[in-house]
Design a protein around this ligand. Structure first.
Ligand SMILES: Cc1ncc(COP(=O)(O)O)c(C=O)c1O
Length: 406
């Protein structure tokens, strides 16, 4: 057997040992322009990449990480990802992945009922989940148009473009939710996309609008996991949708690329987006052909934490966002864009001249920015249960005080 394909205990231990080191500098690897003619060997390749890969990445579980929808991942998912890479199963072929296919079915069966759906499948992200859902809408409901709010994720307009559907963008209200008064009255040829947790501000569209159109899809990429928490009622009405997209690599703390598309009538939806092939034992459902056993990491996390463990972590994130919201609301030098709905706090100093100064003095990776109606705002996303919110607030206070005294 070629040794490169055999279990290598020393190599794997070395990989784990490197993970535990503190590569503080972002060392950029000096790679040659040409593909190397002779390989340096696996251990040498790993050693030479360690500082750049492990040191050159943001640490999403750090106390200061509070900027993006990208969460830290629990170690159990690192173990599952390693197993997956070693097995390289293809869930397209039941023969290569009989157990992993069952695991994907089980994970979907566990989660779909939280959204009032009866099944679905995993996708490598919500861009693909949204595309898959709108594809099914076109096939099952004969829709010719996609309607979404101007705050919807770009993947919705992208899916409409790919599918040859018209795209209508509806303005938002002062909270960043779709302004329902501006919806067309005839939705008989439309798929209405409601967002549960917009990318920019975390706003939830009025989910009571579900079922008014020929097809309703809820893009719950960000806020969908709230359904497993004490905040489930924020997404009430989602169960009337025909399809739902949820990113597991956001608030379910999974490594990329992991998401789910759920359907109200999975049998019909899957049949509409399936293709057979002479060499396939079962039809190929959805956009992807070959796909891996991403489900095993999600299954392991759900087994390890249980429903309660998932809920606790999301609820803790919500409380971090609440602390920041309370601080901003109480400080008359700062303003909130709107009441945070789903763990995303959008705020800024009232003095516009302070915006850049504050941003530059906040810890790297603590804050992102967003532009709303031409105005610049700070955006904090509570995706990291280990974020130290008191420390973050103290830093903001420090910079503001410097400004007052300086
Ligand atoms: C609301 C919403 N929908 C869809 C997506 C796309 O998801 P993904 O990046 O998993 O493809 C995002 C990503 O941020 C999002 O915020």
């Amino acid at each position: 057997m070629d040794k490169e394909f055999a279990f290598n205990s020393d190599g794997l231990h070395r990989a784990v040992e490197l993970m535990s080191r503190d590569f503080s500098s972002d060392q950029v690897l000096d790679l040659s322009n040409e593909l190397p003619e002779i390989g340096m060997g696996s251990i040498a390749a790993m050693n030479s990449l360690a500082a750049s890969i492990l040191g050159g990445a943001a640490r999403l579980g750090e106390a200061t990480s509070f900027a993006h929808m990208d969460p830290p991942t629990p170690w159990i998912t690192w173990a599952m990802t390693l197993w997956n890479a070693s097995l390289n199963q293809n869930l397209l072929h039941p023969a290569t992945a009989p157990a992993a296919r069952q695991m994907e079915h089980r994970v979907v069966a566990w989660l779909a009922p939280f959204f009032g759906m009866n099944g679905g499948h995993m996708t490598p992200g919500s861009t693909v989940a949204n595309l898959t859902a709108l594809w099914s809408a076109r096939e099952c409901a004969g829709v010719t148009e996609v309607i979404a709010s101007e705050a919807s994720h770009l993947s919705i307009a992208k899916a409409a473009h790919i599918l040859g559907l018209k795209y209508l963008s509806v303005p938002t209200d002062a909270n960043g939710s779709m302004d329902a008064a501006l919806l067309p009255t005839d939705l008989s040829k439309s798929v209405l996309v409601l967002t549960a947790g917009t990318t920019s501000t975390g706003a939830i569209d009025t989910l009571a609008l579900a079922a008014r159109a020929a097809w309703t899809h809820v893009d719950a990429a960000w806020a969908g996991p709230l359904r497993l928490s004490q905040y489930a009622n924020l997404l009430d009405g989602i169960e009337a949708a025909d399809s739902v997209a949820v990113s597991a690599h956001k608030w379910l703390f999974q490594p990329k690329e992991s998401a789910l598309v759920f359907f109200k009538n999975t049998e019909k939806s899957h049949a509409a987006i399936s293709f057979g092939g002479a060499y396939l034992a079962t039809p190929n459902v959805g956009v992807l052909g070959s796909h891996g056993a991403t489900a095993t990491a999600l299954l392991a996390t759900l087994l390890a934490w249980g429903h309660q463990g998932v809920a606790q972590r999301i609820e803790h994130c919500m409380s971090l966002a609440r602390c920041l919201r309370d601080f901003v609301a109480a400080d008359e030098r700062l303003e909130l864009y709107a009441e945070p709905q789903t763990g995303i706090v959008v705020w800024r100093p009232k003095d516009k001249n302070l915006f850049d100064k504050l941003l530059h003095q906040l810890p790297k990776g603590s804050t992102s920015t967003t532009s709303i109606a031409g105005g610049k705002w700070f955006r904090n996303v509570a995706a990291n249960p280990s974020a130290e919110i008191d420390q973050f607030i103290a830093t903001i206070q420090g910079v503001m005080a410097e400004r007052v005294h300086g």
